[in-house]
Design a protein around this ligand. Structure first.
Ligand SMILES: *Cc1c(COP(=O)(O)O)cnc(C)c1O
Length: 227
């Protein structure tokens, strides 16, 4: 039987192997364990095997877990779609938000971030494949958004995030991730200091690491399939 600890080791091995294969610095890719829909005990199993960063996509499902695990040294990342009426809880209970794709949401997160906490770390989610029904800002809107966010004191723009169109073809996976990397570089060349590329999931983490991912967001490969 495969325990969560076993699978955590397998995922770490995949990350190490990809770092080597694609000439990335050892340890330059961090693992975000996406524990959405998983019970608190699954989070704890990964925690006891050494994992500290966890991602959640559904606020109602996340809050009881965050409360149950509040005495553990866990860094919580929000990775899901954000409705306006959820921003206060997100700004209060999370350290990172990977899925900001509207100015109004960024403004609310900034305004509602409790003063005693460090600025909330933000990634802008980009719709790289221009899919109609996908969330994420379009690449043309990126500069306007980055500029606006740079004026907000309680959030800190750290980088970009994408969920590309699902495909099994490694070259096509790389093409999408390469687009995000290029956008990140353009922003950096314009003076934004960004250190995070949040891309790659269970099926495509190798392609993402090949193209410069600094954070891979892994659910299924760690916790098994979600029903
Ligand atoms: C669910 C989810 C993941 C994890 O996907 P897996 O394919 O299960 O690894 C990563 N990122 C986001 C934004 C997600 O919602």
């Amino acid at each position: 039987m495969n325990t969560i600890a076993d699978r955590l080791n397998q995922v770490k091995q995949r990350i190490d192997d990809a770092e080597k294969l694609y000439n990335r610095h050892p340890g330059s890719v961090s693992l975000l364990a996406v524990s959405k829909t998983q019970p608190a005990r699954a989070v704890l199993a990964a925690y006891n095997a050494g994992q500290r960063r966890f991602g959640e996509s559904y606020l109602q499902d996340a809050l009881p877990k965050i409360e149950a695990l509040k005495n553990y040294d866990i860094e919580w990342h929000f990775t899901g779609p954000i409705q306006s009426n959820k921003t206060r809880a997100i700004a209060t209970h999370f350290s990172w938000v990977h899925s900001v794709d509207r100015l109004k949401i960024a403004q609310r997160l900034n305004d509602q971030r409790p003063a005693k906490l460090k600025p909330l770390c933000i990634c802008l989610q980009v719709n790289i494949s221009h899919e109609q029904n996908k969330s994420g800002i379009h690449p043309e809107e990126l500069f306007t958004m980055a500029e606006a966010l740079s004026l907000m004191p309680n959030i800190r723009l750290r980088g970009l995030m994408t969920i590309p169109e699902a495909t099994k073809n490694r070259e096509n996976q790389r093409k999408s991730f390469n687009k995000l990397r290029k956008l990140q570089l353009t922003l950096i060349e314009s003076g934004y200091s960004l250190d995070t590329l949040s891309m790659g999931m269970s099926e495509d983490l190798e392609a993402a690491i090949a193209e410069g991912a600094t954070v891979v967001r892994i659910g299924t490969a760690l916790f098994g399939s979600r029903d």
